[in-house]
Design a protein around this ligand. Structure first.
Ligand code: C2E
Ligand code: MG
Ligand code: MG
Ligand code: MG
Length: 279
């Protein structure tokens, strides 16, 4: 009666077989150019939500790869290889342009505009043409700089800090909002903050989920919020999944959240529908 599901290949396991094959680096490299040509890459938008105003304040663009044979492949499965062989920049540039096209479309439709943040790989930061590329992109689609925010993962700052600080400052001077992604997940986060100027800290609850010591996680989150407040740095918490987490965050003065609790990443039409209710 209820045993049917038993005979299906478990979704996760089946995924792993596909991923193992795909993790073959050469395969990914061979696939990437054709996949770009065939437009198999796209992005989803995950809303960022203001708990006080009960409104969407923007979204993050998250890449998705729909491979004709292998189906949906998660970014964690192919981005590391692309970072190793340097192909990531080409792919990121493609996604960023697609994001700008979407913003331009909304602009021309007179839709209310909220910023979209893009993920910038650590590898992208070493490209001399990055700043110019981003500026030209905004010019091409006639977009104000504040609409395109940049998420840089904290671990990008660990090695070669001077180079990264320099490029981050250049981007800030151009008017880009810099979000430090995955804040707290690395080793040097607290010490780093004295040297690096970022505009927003983004902390992921996933790194703090500690089933044995939930009390400790709460203390850590609270102290990070207090420190950020003292440094006058706005914070957004990602990976918020439950009402309980949202309530706790609200109680300690954290108002910007992102996570399955409010919404999972959405296709562009679904995000547009949600925005229509954002009044
Ligand atoms: P990230 O930038 O830290 O993005 C957050 C990840 O957490 C996303 O996974 C998102 O779908 C997931 N997430 C959101 N809310 C929740 C939640 O409530 N619970 C849990 N468990 N997870 C949640 P995703 O889309 O698989 O992306 C993984 C990573 O891949 C991203 O981490 C980012 O580092 C990278 N990535 C994604 N898109 C791009 C891109 O266009 N370019 C580059 N260079 N990297 C990207
Ligand atoms: Mg991110
Ligand atoms: Mg993150
Ligand atoms: Mg994350």
């Amino acid at each position: 009666k209820k045993s049917k599901g038993h005979y299906l290949v478990p979704y996760g396991e089946y995924d792993n077989i596909i991923y193992e094959n795909l993790m073959n680096e050469q395969l990914i490299i061979n696939n990437i150019s054709t996949s770009l040509i065939h437009k198999e890459f796209m992005f989803y938008l995950q809303p960022k939500y203001d708990l006080h105003r009960k409104k969407i304040i923007g979204a993050e663009a998250l890449i998705r790869w729909y491979h004709p044979q292998h189906g949906h492949i998660a970014p964690d499965k192919f981005i590391p290889s692309l970072e190793t062989n340097g192909f990531i920049l080409e792919l990121d540039k493609y996604i960023w342009e697609e994001v700008c096209k979407t913003l331009k479309k909304w602009l021309s439709e007179n839709k209310p505009l909220y910023p979209i943040s893009i993920n910038v790989s650590r590898i992208d930061l070493y490209d001399d043409t990055l700043v110019e590329f981003l500026q030209k992109l905004l010019e091409k689609y006639q977009l104000p700089t504040h609409l395109l925010e940049l998420e840089i993962t904290e671990s990008a700052y660990i090695n070669d800090t001077t180079q990264i600080i320099e490029i981050t400052q250049k981007l800030q001077n151009c008017g880009f909002v810099i979000i430090m992604d995955d804040f707290g997940s690395g080793f040097s986060s607290l010490n780093m903050l004295k040297d690096i100027s970022v505009d927003i800290l983004k902390m992921d609850l996933k790194f703090l989920q500690n089933k044995n010591h939930p009390h400790r996680s709460k203390i850590i989150i609270r102290s990070i919020i207090q420190m950020a407040e003292a440094l006058k740095l706005p914070v957004i918490i990602e990976g918020v999944e439950t009402q309980e987490q949202a309530d706790f965050l609200r109680s300690i003065g954290c108002i910007w959240i992102q996570g399955y609790y409010y919404s999972k990443p959405l296709s562009i039409p679904d995000y547009e529908k949600l925005l229509d209710t954002n009044i």
